[in-house]
Design a protein around this ligand. Structure first.
Ligand SMILES: [Mg+2]
Length: 349
């Protein structure tokens, strides 16, 4: 089986309401979909969203990257392509230069072709014995305190009980929002994501003000490169600290874990370069008894599908799932392999 065609298209999915974090504001999920067609007619599909603020790749960069590797991957088998795509010592300059999101899109399309060729569901191919019911959090966008409380109310009323609260650099606002949501919804689990907006002192102030409030974890309080600052916060507080923007690769994960700079790692296919690389990080975390979040950007249905299959295969390592994009789409997507019922996700029958 050989790849004979690689096609890209730009897709947009409107959101119910704008998605706002300390880094960006988005009204549509916009992504590149890549379709690999083999000589037997089988197709593998992968997707990469534009997240310039995070991976440095906009739509143009993702399209250019995929265009530049077409001549390398065409007429190879999916497994040879996958090997070349992730070959650290590759001589192909196009492969050396490809961004992590474009690589992730190709990687997931290749995985789909390989799982198909073995007649396996993706989750079986990745090592799960059976489908599981998973729970995702839902994002509460950064906004004024009353809008955030209102959004939390809507989320809880629609059956969500894990709220991922996006906070910014205004610590008084961060404290107020967290206290109000915690008091109003005492049974909700609160995940706090500062998206690098805080200084170490801000984090201390926040943590001190919220002693006694049950918080599941605090995600990436300080700027990605400040691993020392992250470590100070991890040592200072009893709430688990999760490294997100600080960890793209397996090497980043090793650095953070070996230096005990965070308690947990947020793995995203777009940061690490696809399923192949996510598995390397998951295996390392499994061996070192470190729990993970499996996160995502605002993504399309095919990249969410494969992330959910992966979450089922590594449910012992992945303690939190942040794959709520489909809940934010204005209209449900037929391309999802999973149903979302409140926070519960299961494979469609
Ligand atoms: Mg995050």
């Amino acid at each position: 089986m050989k790849i004979v065609n690689i096609q890209t298209e730009i897709k947009q999915i409107p959101l119910k309401t704008p998605f706002i974090t300390a880094l960006r504001r988005v009204e549509n999920v916009e992504f590149v979909r890549v379709t690999l067609t083999c000589d037997n007619g089988d197709k593998g599909i992968g997707e990469a969203p534009a997240t310039k603020a995070i991976t440095g790749e906009g739509i143009e960069e993702i399209l250019d990257s995929i265009e530049s590797v077409k001549s390398v991957l065409n007429f190879l088998s999916p497994s040879s392509s996958l090997e070349i795509l992730h070959d650290k010592d590759t001589k192909h300059s196009a492969i050396q230069k490809i961004g992590s999101s474009a690589k992730a899109a190709l990687d997931m399309a290749l995985h789909m072709l390989i799982a198909h060729s073995q007649n396996l569901l993706m989750l079986e191919y990745l090592g799960a014995n059976e489908p599981l019911t998973l729970q995702t959090d839902i994002t509460i966008s950064l906004n004024d305190a009353s809008s955030m409380l209102e959004d939390a109310k809507k989320a809880v009323e629609s059956g969500m009980n894990i709220l991922k609260i996006k906070l910014g650099s205004d610590i008084a606002h961060a404290i107020e929002v967290t206290q109000t949501i915690a008091e109003t919804f005492p049974h909700a689990k609160l995940i706090i994501d500062a998206n690098q907006a805080w200084q170490v002192e801000d984090a201390f102030r926040y943590i001190d003000a919220l002693r006694g409030v049950k918080i599941e974890l605090i995600e990436q309080p300080v700027i990605a490169k400040d691993v020392q600052g992250l470590k100070c916060i991890t040592e200072y507080c009893d709430i688990p600290i999760l490294a997100d923007e600080a960890v793209f690769s397996l090497d980043d994960a090793k650095k953070v874990i070996q230096s005990k700079s965070a308690d947990m790692i947020n793995i995203k296919l777009m940061k690490c370069g696809g399923v192949t690389k996510a598995i390397e990080i998951l295996e390392y975390c499994r061996a070192n008894h470190v729990k993970c979040m499996l996160g995502s950007m605002l993504e399309g249905p095919y990249s969410i599908n494969i992330a959910l299959h992966l979450a089922m295969a590594y449910s012992d390592v992945i303690k939190y799932i942040d794959l709520d994009s489909p809940l934010l789409y204005k209209e449900p997507s037929d391309e999802l392999e999973f149903t979302f019922d409140g926070c519960e996700i299961s494979l469609k029958a």
